[in-house]
Design a protein around this ligand. Sequence first.
Ligand SMILES: [Fe+2]
Length: 364
Amino acid sequence: MLRLATNYLKPGMIIARNIYNANGTKLLAADTALDRRLILKIKKLGIDSVYIRHPFLDIEPQEILHEKTRVEAIREIQKTFELFRLKKVVDLSTISEVVVKIIEDSMDNRNFLIHLSDIRIHDDYTFGHSINVCLLSVMLGIKLNFREGQLFELAMGAILHDLGKMMIPQEILNKPGSLTPEEWTEMRQHTDKGFDILRRDYSMPLVSAHVAYQHHESYDGAGYARGLRGEEIHLFARIVAIADLYDAITADRPYREAMLPHEAYEIMLGSRGTKLDPEFTDVFLESVAIYPVGSTVLLDTGEIAIVVNTFPKLQSRPTVRVVIDERGKVMEGEGKIIDLAVNLTRFITKVFKAEEVLEVAKQN
Ligand SMILES: [Fe+2]
């Protein structure tokens, strides 16, 4: 399957994955054939990209979270955030149940390379973001050999890190253009506001409240709310800052397309030691897929190949299946498998965007 930006959708293409909104309602079912009406609906719903089936790419990427866990988690987090926004009394026990499920899925799939592939509709951005930041933080916590109790405190802080945004006026939160300096000042208060709510909740570990308070602190001291630096920042908040940045740059936003994993990798590397804790960033990057299974890549020989297998710590050298030879002809049968971890003189020179894959396939 291929993640294709909505603008490139054409009638006749087949949806490869279910799409849900934050209420858990299925908006689009896998195996549906697109027609003009559906494409219009997808645009209206604020969905920037969808997975479609493609004969080159019969591979399903590995998902750390079960679909059921993700759908339930988003529904609960949306409900909880909404109650906080309405200043109602909120019981966080359902969120702790969700968090336990996310930790269980992460433990089960701890050896998977990290690759986020969820589709979000515009209105639900914050909820999907909260789930992913929780998932990525837990994955990093597992790599750092955290005990169960620590994982839970980290995960609670991570899933609620942006809770304070519910106290920020909607017109600032959803403003399509850039914010004025005054609006920025207000937006930045989401860290204090989140902390203020969470520290009063006795069912919530105090360190988790501190994650909400400190997640925009920067390792070099240039962040907010207090300008803490280095190890003055709680280690959970340093972890959540890494997860927060990674999810933000790999998600579709109204003003730009999602970055490809190898581009996101470079940005994370560039923030190592400035915005982000350098050691934790290294551990995180060891677990992130640079070329996730299903990526279409150009090899130095001019052959075009699909990534079929990836390995931790060797992420830049996946196993690929050549589908188009160096003369531009589609390979017969299964194609040719090349293990780049063994064939060290061969390398990837480019990653194709989904729309480019369609172009390449059309020429054959
Ligand atoms: Fe935030």
